[in-house]
Design a binder for this molecule. Structure first.
Ligand code: NDP
Length: 453
């Protein structure tokens, strides 16, 4: 099969020079597909692989805005509309200085498979901007969001492309973006998800990615007849996904001992209880402060300053049973992965998108660690976004319990689908292959049905 997958990978590398994150995401999927493709000659005949790695559309645009001092600033915005075979493009917007075309394309590519796994009618896309909301006033963020939407509005719509939040885009930003869309289009539609619960948002959307991650992980543990009771858990990040991952872990009896941000990490060996978690939520969501302030409030905790260029991150060398990377891509490097394995971690589940380097993924699989890849494990967020769209379409609001039951059901189904597809080629399949193959098959079959588009 090498002769099929290798030229596709070479072409992706050649046509998208320097886009390392995109190459990495495609490579991981092709490695899995390589194991099964010879059973599906029609997919090869119709060049589904060649088509699925090419975005249907890439939009790149200028965003001028004025800061509080009256200076004109310019940022670069993106929307990658990757694949609409299963439904309208769906995927978050990321505002972070590191945003570039490679990161947008890797995220959009991953999103196609993730959305497919949910079983809902959602295509895949992703967007964002190299704008950094950190240190900006609310008015600056509002002016920026209005300018961003003044260009983006013409490319999106409730039946075309429905963005949501991601790093740097939370409830505040979604509100400003929605307000500008409504003003330009004179339409109150479900064009964005993650809206405020009083104006079209679904209950549990803020919690969904973190809660879904823990539900998926509980399913993985169950295969070994284990639960979260008394498990020592590492969580990285301290934003939306990290906070609600920690909250659900606490509810299930686990002990959470860490959080981080882009400046450093805290380790609290006494455990981060509900009161400490409330402090983190207020610190991050209201005061937009740094995680270092946790140690000022709880001096017994350790604080380690970190830098993405460090050889390893102290979070991943702590003794623990489970690890939940919930910050950003490639935050677990080969050395970090080695530390986790040496400390006998039994489960690693990805809350962030592609947080584990490729060597790390292979190591976890080789060592038989329960490893939940992002496209399956963090699909709860987009799943509840899909439920938000259904509620907006029918003008009916579901109760919190209804949404939670549906989220439970979807995560359980994704888990069993991954297991089923991972066994297509061997008895010792893993969740990475299962997620890649199952996510691919549904989108690929829809592409076959829809002709050469
Ligand atoms: P937030 O903006 O709420 O939080 C991001 C967190 O990650 C912050 O603590 C941030 O620290 C930290 N972080 C960001 N970049 C870096 C970096 N380069 N190094 C170290 N830490 C970093 O975003 P989310 O919680 O929404 O997203 C986190 C991850 O989860 C992302 O990978 C995202 O794509 C993924 N995800 C999110 C979903 C959602 O529903 N929100 C759905 C599925 C996946 P700081 O404050 O210093 O920037």
């Amino acid at each position: 099969m090498e002769h099929i997958v290798k030229p596709i990978m070479e072409k992706v590398t050649e046509k998208n020079p320097g886009e390392q994150e995109f190459h990495q995401a495609v490579h991981e999927v092709l490695l899995s597909l390589d194991k099964v493709l010879d059973s599906y000659p029609n997919l090869l005949y119709h060049n589904i692989l060649g088509r699925i790695v090419e975005p249907e559309r890439v939009i790149m645009f200028r965003i001028p805005w004025t800061d509080d001092q009256g200076n004109l600033q310019v940022n670069r915005g993106f929307r990658v509309e990757m694949n609409s075979s299963l439904g309208p493009y769906k995927g978050g917007l990321r505002f972070h200085p590191s945003v570039n075309l490679s990161i947008m394309k890797f995220l959009a590519f991953e999103q196609v498979f993730k959305n497919s796994l949910t079983g809902l009618n959602l295509g895949g896309g992703k967007g964002g901007c190299d704008f950094d909301p950190k240190g900006k006033s609310d008015l600056e963020v509002m002016r920026f969001c209005q300018s961003f939407m003044t260009e983006l509005y013409r490319h999106i719509g409730e039946n075309t492309d429905i963005p949501a939040g991601d790093i740097g885009v939370g409830a505040r930003e979604i509100g400003f973006l929605f307000g500008q869309y409504k003003r330009i289009q004179n339409q109150f539609t479900g064009v964005l998800t993650g809206k405020g619960s009083e104006w079209g948002g679904s209950f549990l959307r803020p919690e969904a990615t973190g809660f879904g991650l823990v539900y998926f992980s509980a399913n993985m543990l169950e295969t070994r007849r284990e639960t979260f009771e008394d498990k020592r858990c590492l969580v990285s990040g301290s934003g939306n996904v990290a906070q609600f991952t920690a909250e659900k872990l606490l509810e299930l009896g686990a002990k959470v001992i860490s959080f981080s941000d882009s400046s450093g990490c805290i380790i609290d060996n006494d455990g981060i209880d509900h009161e400490k978690l409330s402090f983190v939520k207020e610190l991050k969501n209201v005061h937009r402060g740094r995680i270092a302030e946790y140690q000022e409030r709880y001096p017994h905790a350790e604080y380690h300053r970190t830098n993405p260029r460090d050889a390893s991150n102290p979070i991943w060398s702590q003794k623990a049973d489970c690890a939940f990377p919930c910050a950003t891509q490639n935050e677990i490097n080969p050395k970090d992965a080695q530390h986790l394995v040496e400390n006998n971690v039994t489960l690693v589940a990805e809350g962030a998108n592609m947080p584990t380097c490729e060597e790390g993924v292979q190591l976890f699989i080789e060592r038989n660690i329960l490893f939940g890849p992002a496209k399956a494990a963090n699909a709860g967020g987009v799943a509840v976004s899909g439920l938000e769209m259904a509620q907006n379409g029918s003008r009916i609001r579901w109760t919190r319990n209804q949404v939670d039951d549906e989220l439970h059901r979807i995560m359980k189904k994704i888990h069993s689908t991954c297991l089923e597809y991972s066994k297509l080629y061997s008895d010792e399949g893993n969740y990475v292959d299962g997620a890649n193959i199952a996510g691919f098959m549904r989108a690929a079959n829809a592409m076959l049905d829809q002709g050469y588009v």
